[in-house]
Design a protein around this ligand. Structure first.
Ligand code: COA
Length: 379
């Protein structure tokens, strides 16, 4: 009879509060604050553009004017795709979800990387820039091809986030939309050891390549408990017609033991620090679009959910309203999240390469021992 040496092990269900590694990239403060490399997002969000944040995450410091211009130029010059990837996007089944296409095409892209056999630091840093540029390019290309429209070439004089929206919609953003997409991407750029970042780091910890690690991250982000929540938020908003219906709708969800999408958080037990910024952007965009009734509906949902469950909206709640106001179809909400988080993912992959330790937890075996083997003909 085998002895169960696992019986004394303590399982931390869901890895809640387990610190799996040290990081210098971002700090998620449970008291409701978020820092990128020591800078509060409250100090960054209205003062920097997304590519400044991507540079900060990848290089550990904010760029000066020349460094930023060079970095932006590099990013924009990488906003293109190999012909084979474009053809593969074209041949994706119409029913495929944009996140499935993104997951597949990032993996596909890896085979066309010009330095694919080289994983030296110089090359993986270049590769990170390539991925920060090409993930949004895949998302934009998929949308354009799906609606039978031509692919859009980025403009050198546009900012990076502005180019992404331009390449996606085919029309330049106006000044308020430019601000909205920059802030949306800045607020989504990194967030500690969330599930998709952890998945990326596990893959990177085996010394696997950056495309594999990002593919793991995209598959993980896709789930509705993580980045997939924003699309579900929009479905909920589509299903509630008036503020009068909110109470009954939310109660019905809770009675059915269903989670309210865009609410609750593993780390924050107070309001998610990104929510206040996204709420303001959502209000401005709804005001412009004469859709303040949608914004009021959101406030009502916030109040009712807080009253009933004492939980707060997370990043996905108002992110859905912002992207909807930017006329992004809801199935692209999570791809827009991925197109911003790619900066954080690649920064974490680099940090993991440098930490050089295999991430490999253990488990507590609670199965059977000593079963008698029965040959197949006797089963
Ligand atoms: N709707 C309803 N109840 C929720 C909830 C939600 N969105 N989020 C948490 N709760 C409840 C839990 O069921 C639990 O209730 P209980 O004490 O009666 O069992 C309580 O609030 C505490 O939850 P907690 O253990 O802190 O949540 P978690 O860390 O296990 O889960 C999430 C965190 C994000 C997975 C969870 O909040 C969730 O599923 N949210 C909806 C999906 C979403 O928006 N994801 C994006 C996250 S950024």
């Amino acid at each position: 009879m085998n002895e169960n040496h696992d019986s004394d092990k303590v399982v931390v269900r869901g890895l809640r509060d387990v610190a799996a590694a040290e990081t210098k990239i971002s700090f998620v403060d449970p008291n409701g604050a978020l820092y990128y490399l020591g800078y509060s997002i409250d100090d960054l969000v209205e003062r920097v553009c997304y590519e400044e944040v991507a540079y900060l995450l990848l290089n550990g410091k904010l760029p000066n004017k020349n460094e930023l211009d060079d970095f932006r130029a590099q990013l924009i010059s990488e906003m293109n795709l190999p012909e084979a990837v474009i053809n593969s996007i074209k041949s994706a089944p119409l029913c495929s979800h944009p996140m499935e296409v993104l997951r597949t095409e990032v993996s596909h892209l890896g085979m066309y990387d010009p330095d694919r056999d080289d994983n030296s630091e110089k090359v993986y840093r270049k590769r990170a820039i390539r991925l920060v540029a090409k993930v949004p390019t895949i998302v934009a290309a998929h949308h354009r091809l799906r609606i039978n429209q031509k692919l859009v070439t980025p403009k050198e004089e546009f900012g990076f986030a502005e180019n992404f929206l331009y390449m996606f919609r085919g029309i330049p953003a106006d000044s308020e939309e430019k601000i909205a997409i920059d802030r949306f991407m800045t607020l989504h750029a990194d967030h500690g050891f969330n599930a998709s970042t952890f998945a990326a780091r596990v893959t990177a910890s085996t010394n696997s390549g950056m495309y594999s690690a990002v593919t793991s991250a995209i598959g993980t982000l896709k789930g509705p408990l993580h980045g997939g929540a924003s699309e579900k938020v929009m479905l909920m908003l589509d299903n509630i017609n008036t503020e009068e219906e909110v109470e009954e709708y939310i109660q019905g969800m809770l009675d059915d033991q269903k989670k309210i999408m865009g609410f609750g958080h593993r780390v924050y037990k107070t309001e998610d620090p990104r929510t206040k910024h996204l709420r303001v952007i959502a209000e401005n965009l709804c005001h412009r679009a004469n859709s303040l009734s949608l914004y009021s509906l959101c406030l009502k949902i916030e109040n009712v959910v807080h009253e009933k469950k004492k939980i707060f909206p997370n990043v996905d709640f108002y992110a859905a309203v912002v992207l909807n106001a930017l006329r992004v179809p809801k199935e692209y909400f999570t791809p827009f999240f991925a197109s911003s988080r790619i900066a954080g993912w690649t920064a974490h992959i680099i940090e993991q390469y440098q930490d050089a330790v295999l991430l490999r937890p253990s488990s507590k075996y609670v199965g059977e021992f000593g079963r008698t083997f029965v040959p197949i003909e006797n089963r």
